[in-house]
Structure formats: C-alpha cells, structure tokens
Ligand binder design. Sequence first.
Ligand code: FAD
Length: 332
Amino acid sequence: MKPFKSICYGFHVWKIAGAGIAGSFLYNRLTNSGFDVEIYDPKVENFYIPCGFATNKNLIIPYLKMVGIDFDQVCEIEDGPMTISGNKFEPLEVKNLGLSTIHKMRLEKLMVGDNVIRKRCQHHNGSGFIDATGISRALLPKPAEDRTMYAMEKICPISQYKGFYFYFFPRGRGYFWSFPLKGTYHVGAGGINLEEVKSYLNPYKETKLVSRKIRMKPIMENIFTKNCIGVGESIGYISPLLGEGIIPALESAEVLFQCIKSQDSLDEIGRAFRERTGKRMKEFQRLSNLVRKVQSGKIISFTNIFSLGLVMREMRNFGIGISTSKVLGHFL
Ligand SMILES: Cc1cc2nc3c(=O)[nH]c(=O)nc-3n(C[C@H](O)[C@H](O)[C@H](O)COP(=O)(O)OP(=O)(O)OC[C@H]3O[C@@H](n4cnc5c(N)ncnc54)[C@H](O)[C@@H]3O)c2cc1C
C-alpha cells in the first residue's frame, strides 16, 4: 500500500539526486516504507569518490541495522592501533574508540541495489526533490558563502603506518591521514593550502589519486525550497573539525525520513527537518568558526575555550581517544 501522503503533496514520486551515503540510505528507508522513489546519480557503479572510508563502528551499526545490513558485510578493518601526532606533540599511541574502515561503495550498493538511474537529476517544478549531491549541491540554490577545503587521497599498496594515523598541521590548517583497508591504504590530506596538502602526499606511491573539495561550514539558508530539501554534505551537514561526513550524512537522512513520514506537506517537512537538525547545525557552525579563528591565529579566546568540550566530543565520536591536555597542547 502506498502512503496516502504522496497524493496530498501533489506528486507521486520523490526524486533523490545523489546515490551517495545520504541518498542511498534515504532511498532504502523510503522505499521500505512504501513510498515511490526514484534515485539518480551519473557516476558509474563502484566509482570511487574521494573518502577515507573511516567511521566509528559503534555509531554506524545502529544505522546499518535500520537498513538490514550487518557491519561485517561492509567492514574493511575493524578498530586497530591509532597514532596521533601534531604540531606540539610527538606521535602518540591513543585508544581507538571504534574507528574502523568500511567499503563505502559496497554500503551504497547494498542500500540501493540496482535501482540507480544513471544520469544527472534535473530539477523542475511538479515533483518533490531531495538534494543529496554532496559537495555539488546540484539542485539547491548556491549559498552566499561556501567555506570549503582542498582534499586529496591516494590508494596505496604500502603505507609506513599500519594502523590509523593522523598528523594535524600547525594552526588548524588541516591534517594528513593514513587509514588501513583490506590489503591497501587510503593515504590523504585535507587543508586550506593545496601545496601543503600535496607535499604530504608526494612521498607515497599510489595506484589511484583523487581529489575534491570538502565542505567546512553548514549552509543554514535554503536547507529547503518550495519543492527541494537538502540532506548530508549538500547542506554542510558534516563535521568541520575532522571532515567527517559519513555518520552525519546518515543522521540527517534518518531525520529527513522521519519528517517525511510524519508531516503532510513539503513545507511542513522542510520546516520540521530544519528544526530537528538545527542543534547539530549550530554545533557545526561553532566548530567551523573555531577552525577559522585558529587558522587566523586567534587561538586563545573565551569562545574557543568554550568550544573545547565540543571538540573533544567530535574527536571521541570519530573514535579518537585523545586527552584534553593533548588537544590544548596542540593549539596553545
Ligand atoms: C578526501 C576525503 C576524505 C574523506 N574521508 C572521510 C572519512 O574517512 N570519514 C568520513 O566520515 N567522511 C569522510 N569524508 C567526507 C564524506 O565522504 C562525505 O561527507 C560524505 O560521503 C557525504 O555524504 P553525502 O551522501 O552527503 O554525499 P556523497 O557521499 O558525496 O554523495 C553525493 C553523490 O551525489 C552524486 N551527484 C552529484 N551531482 C549529481 C546530480 N546532479 N544528480 C545526481 N547525482 C549527483 C555524486 O556522484 C555522489 O555519488 C571525506 C571527504 C573527502 C573529500
């Protein structure tokens, strides 16, 4: 039985642009609840869009359960040793609080099956659209200000680091990572200076090199328009501290699913979604401001200290068991 609401909306089919993490999850949740959904993405199957594939298994498992997937089906490397190094501290072994790697494309495929329409989604009136196009933000209006950083990644057969490794650049300018996969490594860097990002990757021999920008600030305006709602990185629902976007994409997609299920019109869905994601968006905004201040040399300020608790929570949520004193030591 189809939900009667599609008739109230004035259209019958939800059109999702983007079969990444957010779009694929939402497709699965909506179709399994009886909604008519089409999902579009021009990328060929298994196309590798840059992503370290690192996520906290403890946080992703509840979302996987919602779409009937076992962690083992997508797991690459579970836990493993973790080393953090940075500006003011020598490499330090820290507790891994669940950071693992998953196969992102396999997860997307398990969620959408063979149902992706392999073309760009065209926006027009008369349908309900979901912009899940990540950094492209292909359907929603361009924001007045879009804060992004450079990110590059190599797939390498060898890395000098066997477990999860992070090196944080001085002054919050970005970081370098090496994450283990089954038989290979994702070695990458993200930062505000492209030459600096490249310099950290130069020593590594790769089988593949990819790059794209990553969104570093939530886009509070135009989260929804009269017939389109954004989700995931398209609205900047991503942690600006670590560039962590997998869990936030799933989180925002689940909130949107619940709003679609419970509200009767597009406008109500959009408003409920904005309200329910508002608290987290404000946290992303605070983190984005903090990163910007640190980058411009304004390190010690009342608001920065105030945000420290949030910084620690972001690190631990990603799975990095680092102490507060080490984080302070890096920035002061
Ligand atoms: C180098 C790098 C490393 C990263 N590493 C990590 C990490 O280790 N862990 C982590 O949690 N996050 C990481 N991120 C961030 C994370 O990958 C993203 O934030 C997350 O995938 C966003 O999910 P999404 O569904 O919003 O968008 P995406 O997963 O990016 O999916 C967007 C999809 O939209 C499609 N698309 C674009 N335009 C159109 C159109 N017009 N019509 C239809 N489809 C379209 C694209 O082909 C794509 O498949 C990394 C990002 C980068 C750049």
